[in-house]
Design a protein around this ligand. Structure first.
Ligand code: ADP
Ligand code: MG
Length: 699
C-alpha cells in the first residue's frame, strides 16, 4: 500500500510541529530556549510540556510512558508506568506531571556499575534529555533520558556524551570568536552512522545454539561459495529482503529516523542502512532505536537480524561508519573547506585540531570501539586494522606539507594558490579519493571513523572524539589568546605549521591492510592495540585520565567503573562462547559423528557379508579419519574447559581477560578446526544444525 511518506514521517514523534500546536506560546518559547541553549527548565514549563505530551500520546494510542535510557550494556533500558491515576472513587484519570517527565527513579541496582554502586549510594535516577525528541513505540510514550546515580556519577552512555558535546561546544565557540567569527553562539557535533547487518532465516537460526546464545557461529565449515564472486555488493534485492527493508524504512520513518540509503553489502546475506546525519545525541538515540527496530521487523518477516561484528568465519564482518563533523548554529560545517581565505583558515584550524586529537588520543579511540566481537574484525583484512591513522587524500596532504614547509603548493585543477591570503592557500573542495582501508578518513566535509563494530552504541567513540577535539581547540586557543587582530594570520599559520609537524605521523594515505603498514606504523610510534585486553589498560593512563577528568566527562571513579565493566563484559562474553561451543560439540557434533560411524561400520560389515572379498577401504579410511577427529575434539574440549575455569578463577579482571584472550580463544580455534573438518565429512541429513550454505544462501 502506497503511503504518504511526508505524513508518515515522524508521525510517532513529539516533534517541533506538534509542540508548537499543543503548547501555549510562552511555554513553547521557553522550551525551545531550553533545547537550543541548554538552559535550565522551569517546573511550570515542564508541567505544560507533560500535559501536551500526555494528550498527544493518548491521542496516538499510548497508555504508558517510560524513561528510556542507555545503561552500560549494549541495549537500552525502560521501565513502563501507566498514565492512570486512581481518583479514590474507583475511577481513574490519565495523568502525567512535569515532575514525572523530568525525573524518573528506576531501581539501578541490577545494572552494571563497575563498583560505583559499592562506593556510592545505590539509587539512580533518569533525567529528561529535551534535546532528543520523545516518541511512541508499542503503545508507550518513550522519553529519552540520561541515567545517573544520586551523587551525580554517570551510570549510562548518554550523560558523558552530553558532557562531551558541551565541552566541544565551549571550546569551538571560543576558538571561532578568537578567529573573529563572533556571531557564532553554539557549535554542535553531527553524526551519520552507517549500520551493517546480516539477515538469516529464523527457523535456521533457532536450530543453532551458537547464534542464539552468542550471536555468532562458533563452528561451521565454509560454504562452497563465499563472497569471492563479489556478486552480492549492491546486488538486486531479493523479494523477501526487499519487503523487510521497506517495512524497516517505514517503521524508522514513523519514529522520525531519516533512513536514507540501503543496499546489499559485500558478504552474502549482509546489508547496510544509512540515515541522514543528525545532532550527535539524537543520532546515538536513533542508532539504538534502529538496531532494535531492525530486529523487531526481522522477526515479523521470519528472519533474524544479526548485529554481531563477526557472525561467520571467512566472511566479512559488520561494522559501523561514524561520519562526524561540527556545525555552527548558523549552519556552517566547520570541516567544509569553504570558498574564502577566512573560511579556509577556519577549516584548517578545525582540521588540524582533529588531526592533533586523533594522534594524541589514538589509544582512547581504539578503546572506544573495543569489544570481544570487534576484536575478530579489526585487522582481519576486511576492516581497518587496529592501528588508528588518518586518511586525508593526496591533495589535502600536499597542502598541509606546503604549510609545514612554508611553500606554496601548486597542485593541479583542484587546488589554486591564493597569494592574496599571504600564507594560507586557497583551494576548492577535495574530490575525495576513496580509501576504504583507512580507519579514520576525511571524506570532503566530514571525517569517517570506520573502526566501530556493528553491535555497539556509537556513544563511546563520539565521547572520545568530541573531548579530544575540544582539548586540541583548548590548547590552540591558549596560543591565540591575546594575539592582536593584525597578527592573527601569522599566529594561526605558526600554529598550523607546528601542529602539522608534530602530528603528521598519524597521516597515512596508503593501504592500511598490508604488513608493510604495520611495520611502518611501529616505526612511527603509533599504537597497535590488537585486542580488548591490550587496549583497555590505556584507558586509565595518566594522559587519558587527565583529558577525561579535566573536561569533566568522567570522574576518576566513573573511569575506573567503566574500565571494570568493559573487561567484565569481555570475560563474560568469551566465557559464554566457550560454554556454548563445548556444549554444541559435545551434544550436536560428537553424537552425530558416532551415528555416522556406526552407519559406515555397518555398511562395511554388510558389504563383507554379501561379497566376502569386497573392498572396504573407503569405509575404513573414513572411519579412521572420523575417529582421529573425534579424539582431537574430545581432547580439545577438555583443554578448553580447563583453560576456561582457570581464566575465570583470576580475581584480577585484567588478568582474567588476558587469560581468556590468550588461552580460551586459542582453544576455541583448535576445537573449531577439528569440528569444521568433521562437519565437512558428515552427511547433511545427520547434522542437527544448519550449515553455512543454508544460513548464507537460503533467503
Ligand atoms: P558514503 O560515505 O557512502 O559516500 P555519504 O558521504 O553521502 O555516503 O554519507 C554517509 C553518511 O555521512 C550519511 O549518513 C550522511 O548523512 C553522513 N554525513 C554527511 N554529511 C555529514 C556531516 N556533515 N556530519 C556528519 N555526517 C554526515
Ligand atoms: Mg561511508
Amino acid at each position: 500500500m502506497a503511503q504518504n511518506i511526508p505524513e508518515l514521517y515522524g508521525s510517532l514523534v513529539f516533534n517541533d510541529k506538534i509542540m508548537r500546536s499543543k503548547l501555549p506560546k510562552d511555554m513553547y518559547k521557553a522550551l525551545k530556549k531550553t533545547i537550543q541553549n541548554e538552559t535550565h527548565l522551569e517546573l511550570d514549563v515542564a508541567n505544560s510540556v507533560a500535559v501536551a505530551m500526555k494528550e498527544w500520546a493518548i491521542e496516538n494510542g499510548a497508555t504508558h510512558y517510560t524513561h528510556w535510557f542507555q545503561p552500560m550494556t549494549n541495549v537500552t533500558a525502560e521501565k513502563h508506568d501507566s498514565f492512570i491515576s486512581p481518583t479514590g472513587d474507583g475511577q481513574v484519570i490519565m495523568d502525567f506531571s512535569g515532575k514525572e517527565l523530568v525525573k524518573g527513579e528506576p531501581d539501578a541496582s541490577s545494572f552494571p556499575s563497575g563498583g560505583l554502586r559499592a562506593t556510592f549510594e545505590a539509587r539512580g535516577y533518569t533525567a529528561w534529555d529535551p534535546t532528543s525528541p520523545a516518541f511512541i513505540k508499542d503503545g508507550t510514550l518513550y522519553i529519552p533520558t540520561a541515567f545517573c546515580s544520586y551523587s551525580g556519577e554517570a551510570l549510562d552512555k548518554k550523560t558523558p556524551l552530553l558532557r562531551s558535546m558541551e565541552t566541544l561546544n565551549r571550546e569551538a565557540v571560543h576558538m571561532l570568536h578568537l578567529l573573529g567569527n563572533k556571531d557564532v553562539k553554539h557549535v554542535t557535533t553531527t553524526v551519520g552512522p552507517e549500520q551493517e547487518y546480516f539477515l538469516v532465516d529464523k527457523e535456521l537460526y533457532n536450530q543453532r545454539k551458537d547464534l542464539i546464545f552468542c550471536g555468532r557461529t562458533l563452528i561451521g565449515a565454509p560454504a562452497p561459495k563465499g563472497q569471492e564472486m563479489e556478486d552480492h555488493y549492491f546486488g538486486a534485492l531479493k523479494p523477501r529482503i526487499s519487503a523487510y527493508m521497506h517495512e524497516l524504512d517505514e517503521e524508522l520513518w514513523k519514529l522520525g529516523i531519516p533512513a536514507k540509503t540501503k543496499h546489499n553489502e559485500v558478504a552474502p546475506a549482509q546489508h547496510e542502512l544509512a540515515p541522514v546525519f543528525d545532532t550527535t545525541n539524537v543520532a546515538v538515540d536513533h542508532n539504538q532505536l534502529t538496531m532494535e527496530i531492525m530486529k523487531k521487523v526481522a522477526d515479523k518477516h521470519g528472519l533474524v537480524c544479526l548485529l554481531h561484528e563477526k557472525p561467520f568465519e571467512g566472511i566479512n564482518g559488520s561494522g559501523k561508519h561514524n561520519n562526524w563533523s561540527m556545525i555552527t548554529d548558523g549552519g556552517c560545517n566547520l570541516l567544509d573547506p569553504g570558498k574564502t581565505p577566512a573560511e579556509n583558515t577556519q577549516f584548517l584550524v578545525f582540521l588540524t585540531a582533529v588531526i592533533k586529537a586523533v594522534d594524541n588520543y589514538a589509544d582512547l579511540l581504539r578503546i572506544s570501539v573495543a569489544s570481544p566481537g570487534n576484536d575478530h574484525r579489526l585487522g582481519a583484512n576486511e576492516a581497518p586494522p587496529a592501528i588508528v591513522s588518518i586518511f586525508l587524500g593526496d591533495e589535502l596532504t600536499e597542502i598541509l606539507k606546503a604549510i609545514e614547509n612554508d611553500k606554496y603548493f601548486n597542485g593541479q585543477n583542484a587546488i589554486q594558490m591564493d597569494i592574496g591570503a599571504k600564507v594560507l592557500p586557497h583551494f576548492v573542495k577535495d574530490n575525495t579519493d576513496r580509501n576504504r582501508t583507512s580507519p579514520f578518513a576525511f571524506t570532503g566535509n566530514k571525517f569517517e571513523f570506520r573502526m566501530l563494530g556493528s553491535a555497539a552504541s556509537v556513544a563511546n567513540p563520539n565521547i572520545v572524539l568530541n573531548t579530544a577535539v575540544a582539548q586540541s581547540l583548548r590548547e590552540f586557543s591558549q596560543q591565540l589568546e591575546n594575539v592582536a587582530p593584525e597578527d592573527m594570520e601569522t599566529a594561526v599559520h605558526k600554529l598550523l605549521k607546528n601542529t602539522i609537524s608534530e602530528h603528521k605521523r598519524i597521516i597515512f594515505n596508503g593501504n592500511g591492510y598490508t604488513d608493510e603498514w604495520v611495520e611502518e606504523a611501529e616505526k612511527r610510534g603509533l599504537y597497535n592495540l590488537k585486542t580488548t585486553p591490550d587496549a583497555l589498560p590505556m584507558f586509565t593512563s595518566e594522559k587519558n585520565v587527565a583529558l577525561l577528568t579535566e573536561h569533566k566527562i568522567f570522574t576518576k571513579g566513573e573511569l575506573h567503573s567503566r574500565y571494570e565493566i568493559w573487561l567484565e563484559n569481555y570475560a563474560k562474553t568469551i566465557n559464554i562462547e566457550s560454554n556454548t561451543m563445548a556444549e554444541m560439540v559435545q551434544k550436536d557434533v560428537l553424537p552425530c559423528m558416532i551415528t555416522y560411524m556406526e552407519q559406515v561400520a555397518n555398511t562395511a560389515r554388510l558389504k563383507k557379508a554379501v561379497v566376502a572379498d569386497i573392498s572396504i577401504a573407503s569405509e575404513a579410511a573414513l572411519l579412521k579419519k572420523l575417529t582421529e577427529l573425534q579424539d582431537a575434539m574430545t581432547e580439545a574440549i577438555q583443554t578448553l574447559k580447563k583453560d576456561t575455569s582457570k581464566a575465570q578463577s583470576y580475581d584480577d579482571i585484567l588478568e582474567s581477560s588476558k587469560a581468556y584472550q590468550a588461552t580460551v580463544l586459542a582453544d576455541m580455534e583448535s576445537l573449531r578446526k577439528a569440528a569444521d573438518e568433521a562437519e565437512a565429512l558428515l552427511p547433511e541429513t545427520l547434522l542437527p544444525y544448519p550449515t553455512y550454505d543454508k544460513l548464507l544462501f537460503s533467503i
